[in-house]
Write a protein that binds this ligand. Structure first.
Ligand code: AMP
Length: 586
């Protein structure tokens, strides 16, 4: 197939702004394309040579492209640079210089799509020593035989500037008309695309096997499924009503979404934008290998940074350090991740995307070997708005962004590639920033695990309710302690251990060790939130809710100068909450 045919269609598309006309030109091109080339032509129309998730980009620097054009046109680099400064479009410059050359040459070998594709593929893959010269030679090779118009589009393609503005959906429309018997075939094509993210493969299947091929389109491990997205509402009542009165509410973890594909020992991870992020998370790869029981599976999870000492979730920003770190091994140590799995789309040859959510959830519970590092997203099935609200507060306090409430109905399939009302997110409109540290009394402790075995993992801290003369809990704090602190604290607390909760301590939690209220520590957190668990100021802001400090951290200051009754009071914390209420922009 002549590349000129493709270039002519590009030109037509470039000259229209109407989507329908664009589709007609594409239909025309697809009909003229041999079936075994259709995938390549589809990738090329999008300025690519592979689907995005393969991560193979042509991306040649303009400087190198100028050298290739100079060689092909037999001109000096300086002349080209000068012209490029004027046009601002290297494609146009290439076209101009090759036109002049054309007037002087007679024999050249017409370019085929196959040859252009092959050269672009080699350019994309060239790496290491000598690769720069190799790329220039490859590009100059095809440009030497290119007609001026072809050169324009080849140059725009290699520099990543083709930009014909053809949306994925326009390609699907055109394929439906060219090979599927009409626009009615769109839904089948769309589904195939949504479960493969590969327009080229979809094109090939419909071109070679028609609608039957699409009906039998299979999910492949290694090709990302386009993610299902959530709508948003802002009250438990509205959410329950929309979901038919009952739903499964899950913690909305605040990390990075990953779609994990496992086939034996091979694991691929894809981001929400379908980039292959396997190399960024070698620890998550290992977790998938060791915790997902079937030989092959596709699951979705939120990847969250956890404190290696306490297992507590860290704020989202900390996960982003992983992106910036070059030394991945060090990053794994400093910012290890946990996986919270919330869906399963495929298991050992079985496509689960069209199963209802209760079925998928049940399978999920069977295939995951749960540990500290890999868990199924914490959930609650409820029809009660109050229960939903309390679960929401608990999620926030535990470091989550809120809840994702999901349909349990017959229609609750995995809607690949679309945002719909089967999933509804519930996030906050307000947040209360914490700018000042507080002094809290230690009233209990929890045993540590792992590295902290033998010492305390977290302390239960309380504010002082001065009217009732009691201590009301406000957080469990496991962060900010140095090794020295961890050694010192058990010794320091030893004299105050008592066999049960102190009579002046109000709490809903069961600590492993209880103390007489004596020792005061300084703590700062990210914000103050409503909490169904902590008793500080219970009922003062909302019925059934107390206040808690989110992401609490010991500042290193032991307030030995203070008695327990000198701790920050419950009223002060209520005031801090009210004063610092801020609308969240999202
Ligand atoms: P948003 O990005 O605000 O539209 O919220 C949707 C995102 O929440 C998803 O893309 C996931 O990354 C994330 N998420 C966290 N926990 C869950 C969960 N249990 N179910 C679904 N999505 C979740």
């Amino acid at each position: 197939m002549r590349y000129l045919l493709v270039a002519n269609v590009y030109e037509q598309i470039e000259n229209t702004t109407k989507r329908l006309e664009m589709t007609d030109y594409l239909v025309d091109l697809f009909k003229k394309t041999p079936k075994d080339l259709i995938d390549k032509v589809v990738y090329l129309t999008q300025g690519k040579i592979y689907p995005d998730f393969m991560g193979i980009e042509i991306g040649m620097a303009e400087k190198l492209v100028i050298r290739a054009i100079a060689r092909a046109a037999g001109r000096r680099i300086k002349e080209l640079e000068e012209d490029f400064r004027k046009t601002g479009d290297l494609g146009e410059t290439a076209q101009k210089f090759l036109e002049r050359k054309l007037q002087l040459t007679f024999a050249y070998k017409p370019l085929t799509v196959e040859r252009v594709y092959k050269a672009l593929d080699k350019i994309a893959r060239a790496s290491g020593a000598g690769s720069i010269d190799q790329k220039i030679a490859l590009l100059a090779g095809i440009l030497s035989d290119a007609e001026p118009k072809e050169a324009k589009y080849i140059v725009r393609t290699v520099t990543g500037k083709l930009r014909l503005g053809i949306a994925d959906m326009t390609v699907l429309d055109a394929l439906a008309i060219a090979y599927g018997g009409g626009k009615e075939a769109r839904p089948l094509l769309e589904r195939a695309y949504n479960v493969s993210s590969d327009l080229g493969q979809v094109a090939k299947v419909v071109a070679e096997n028609g609608l039957e091929g699409l009906k039998n389109f299979k999910i492949s491990v290694g090709k990302p499924i386009r993610p299902m997205l959530a709508e948003r509402l802002s009250s438990p009542e509205e959410i329950l009503e929309k979901l038919g009165g009952k739903c499964i509410a899950e913690y909305k973890y605040d990390g990075e979404r990953v779609q994990a594909h496992k086939k034996g020992d091979e694991v691929f991870l894809f981001s929400r934008r379908l980039e292959n992020i396997t190399n960024q998370f070698p620890d998550a790869v290992e977790l998938v290998k060791s915790h997902i029981k079937p030989f092959s599976a596709i699951i979705e999870a939120e990847c969250v940074s956890v404190d290696p000492e306490t297992g507590e979730m860290r704020p989202f920003q900390e996960l982003m350090h992983r992106r910036r770190k070059h030394d991945i091994r060090k990053a794994i140590e400093e910012y290890p991740v946990s996986l919270f799995i919330f869906d399963v789309l495929y298991v050992d040859g079985r496509d689960l995307t069209l199963e209802e959510y209760p079925v998928r959830h049940k399978i999920l519970e069977e295939i995951v070997d749960e540990t500290d590092r890999v868990q199924i997203a914490k959930y609650l099935i409820t029809d009660d708005p109050k229960e939903l609200e309390a679960f929401f507060e608990e999620a926030i306090e535990n470091g989550c962004e809120g809840l994702v409430c999901k349909s349990l109905g017959k229609e609750s399939i995995y809607q690949a590639g679309s945002r719909g009302w089967l999933w509804i997110k519930y996030k906050r409109d307000y947040k209360s920033e914490m700018t000042d540290a507080v002094d809290l009394t230690v009233v209990g402790a929890f045993h540590g695990r792992g590295k902290r075995a033998g010492t305390y993992g977290a302390l239960l801290l309380a504010a002082y309710n001065h009217e009732e003369d009691v201590f009301e809990t406000v957080c469990k704090c496991g962060s900010g302690f140095t090794d020295k602190d961890l050694e010192k604290i058990p010794k320091m607390m030893e004299p105050y251990i008592i066999p049960h909760r102190h009579a002046r301590v109000k709490t809903k939690l069961e600590a492993d060790v209880w103390f007489e209220p004596k020792i005061v520590l300084e703590v700062i957190g990210a914000e103050i939130t409503l909490s169904p668990v902590h008793t500080c100021g219970m009922g003062s802001i909302r019925e059934g809710s107390g206040l808690a400090i989110r992401f609490p951290r010991f500042t290193g200051r032991y307030r030995l100068d203070k008695s327990a009754e000198d701790s920050t009071t419950v009223n002060e914390i209520i005031e801090m909450y009210k004063r610092q209420l801020k609308r969240i922009e999202s």
